[in-house]
Design a binder for this molecule. Structure first.
Ligand code: ADP
Ligand code: VHF
Length: 385
């Protein structure tokens, strides 16, 4: 199979695939900080207006739009006299606290010109990963859409801590798209597409479409070109595209200046095709939206069984256990180098496991009773990473 560059699609092909864009009834659009701020920092009113005009048009005919907008920290810098994005969390939180109000105020004014009301939705990682919380988040978003308001989502930066934080909004946007069952995710950045390498480097080429992982082979997916403003660069955008397409949602990645064309289905940016089969929702959330509570270290035989042959994980193949989890918690299964290969719901408490490691289920059942014959992670509760 060729590389993405070798597979640059023709306009005719793109015209066809973009039917998914024009037909989409519910769209999640994510815009990054670098597309909302001026060169000197601070909110760029012209850019906000241009984005809102494109979204207003899209929402005018009864279609639903959810906007995931970064920019709170960037918008808060100038009013606080900060020359650049601070490194420490407390100052970032203060900047976000000042900037989020300015950001939403600017959006409210811009959408009002289109006769639309906006609703601010600030989410933490827990809100989109814990079942009870994401149901709550879903209900709010659904109600806003029913009331014809435009939800404007951002991470709740003022309370997010270093350990529990998205940091960038790309992954958050993909999870929100899955949460509201969107028909399309549009990622808007300061670059017009995914390129084969740094867009500033001679020889790099725009990638018109990504059909599957093979199209990403050889692509240099780099960090942010504006480290003082943007955060994740292409790494988090491609990861977001993987998450959304894995859930059956097509993705367009392009620049904010091309938002109107992208939403009209024109062949701009990079189109990521959705995977044909949508995974069970339960496994999707397990893979992308759970924070593992521990790690099970597998020997090579167990990795081969779990990953290669899709078997359940038994105590005999586990060499060590980290974390303080209880039965039912999500845990990562890691190989001998410590790299996660799968995530699953564990059937034992962490304190029970050390006494079981390396022993066969028959031996455990004979010594401890039939309850100990159960798998450590059943294959139905397991998703490969
Ligand atoms: N392969 C690539 N194709 C396109 N852009 C890339 C690539 N690798 C790294 N980048 C950089 O990623 C940047 C976009 O990410 P980022 O600055 O985080 O934007 P945002 O604020 O929109 O999230 C681009 O400006 C570009 O410099
Ligand atoms: N929640 C943060 C987003 C941080 C950020 O820079 O994200 P992004 O520009 O999408 O890479 C904010 O509003 O500033």
């Amino acid at each position: 199979m060729g590389t993405a560059a070798g597979r640059a699609a023709t306009t005719a092909q793109n015209g066809r695939v973009r039917d998914a864009v024009t037909a989409a009834r519910r769209v999640v659009v994510k815009i990054g900080s670098s597309s909302l701020t001026t060169a000197t920092g601070g909110l760029d009113d012209g850019r906000v207006d241009a984005l809102v005009d494109a979204l207003g048009l899209r929402a005018a005919d009864g279609r639903e739009v959810v906007l995931v907008s970064s920019g709170a920290i960037a918008a808060g810098l100038a009013p606080l006299g900060l020359p650049r994005r601070p490194r420490d969390l407390a100052t970032q939180q203060a900047a976000a606290s000042v900037g989020q109000g300015l950001l939403i105020g600017r959006y409210a004014a811009a959408f009002a010109r289109h006769g639309r009301t906006v609703g601010q939705v600030l989410l933490t990682v827990d809100d989109v990963t814990r079942r009870a919380h994401y149901r709550n988040a879903y209900r709010t978003l659904r109600k806003l859409l029913d009331l014809r308001a435009v939800p404007i989502v951002n991470e709740n930066d003022t309370v997010a801590t270093e350990e529990i934080r998205f940091g960038d909004n790309d992954r958050l946007a993909a999870l929100v798209a899955a949460l509201v069952d969107a028909d399309l995710l549009v990622l808007l950045s300061d670059v017009d597409a995914l390129w084969t390498g740094d867009p500033a480097r001679p020889g790099s080429r725009r990638i018109a479409e990504v059909r599957d992982e093979a199209d990403l082979v050889g692509v240099e997916i780099g960090g942010s070109g504006r480290a003082g403003v943007g955060t994740g660069g292409m790494v988090t955008k491609v990861e977001a595209a993987r998450i959304a397409t894995g859930f059956g949602i097509p993705v367009v990645l392009t620049s904010a200046t091309q938002a109107l064309a992208a939403l009209a289905g024109e062949p701009v940016g990079t189109f990521f095709h959705p995977s044909l089969r949508r995974p069970a929702a339960r496994l999707f959330w397990l893979a992308h939206a759970t924070a593992p509570r521990g790690r099970l270290h597998l020997d090579p035989g167990a990795v081969a069984a779990v990953v290669g042959r899709r078997k359940s994980l038994l105590p005999a193949g586990i060499t060590a256990v980290d974390g303080a989890f209880t039965a039912g918690d999500p845990v990562d299964l890691v190989d001998t180098s410590g790299a996660p290969v799968a995530r699953g719901l564990v059937n034992y408490d962490a304190i029970e496991l050390p006494g079981l490691l390396g022993r066969s289920t028959a031996d455990l059942a004979a010594a401890l009773g039939p309850a100990y014959e159960r798998e450590v992670v059943h294959r139905d509760d397991l998703v490969l990473l």
